[in-house]
Design a protein around this ligand. Structure first.
Ligand code: DAT
Ligand code: MG
Length: 153
């Protein structure tokens, strides 16, 4: 049962928001059976975005990436469930949409790596760091899902 409480940080980037894909993306995580724990719609401050992508600070696309992420509001979310970090990445597709299979979010809805509409944590440890960066502890909502025993055996 504790494995069912793994959490990942998912963010719909400014292009995903502007293109009206929030509902579609939330729907996929909901229908899969994952549980929404937190959600925040915001114009993210530059400092937060720089910190979020700090591991990429030496890459040539870093400043463009931070600018793109700050070019409009983002929808930050925390989703919970068994293997949600890994499965979430599978649902997203590859970093480059050109390599993403149809049926994945990036495979279905975008074309270029610099406009790939969604972020998802790549490991349990980075998920923990990202959740802490984007949310205060009291913004994570504890509740029991009535579907739980129909999703997990
Ligand atoms: P992911 O978002 O799949 O975890 P990442 O962490 O390696 O990928 O990179 C973060 C974001 O940076 C990625 O979603 C899009 C952008 N990016 C990555 N590689 C890029 C590249 N070669 N050119 C332009 N943008 C890139
Ligand atoms: Mg990444």
């Amino acid at each position: 049962m504790p494995g069912n409480q793994e959490r990942t940080f998912i963010a719909i980037k400014p292009d995903g928001v502007q293109r009206g894909l929030m509902g579609e993306i939330i729907k996929r995580f909901e229908q899969k059976g994952f549980k929404l724990v937190a959600m925040k719609f915001q114009q993210a401050p530059e400092e937060l975005l720089k910190q979020h992508y700090i591991d990429l600070k030496d890459r040539p696309f870093y400043s463009g990436l931070v600018k793109y992420m700050g070019s409009g509001p983002v929808l930050a979310m925390v989703w919970e469930g068994l293997n949600v970090v890994k499965t979430g990445r599978v649902m997203l597709g590859e970093t480059n949409p050109a390599d993403s299979k149809p049926g994945t979010i990036r495979g279905d809805f975008c074309i270029q790596v610099g406009r790939n509409i969604i972020h998802g944590s790549d490991a349990v440890a980075s998920a923990e760091k990202e959740i802490e960066l984007w949310f205060k502890p009291e913004e994570l909502v504890a509740y029991k899902s009535c579907a739980e025993s129909w999703i997990y055996e």
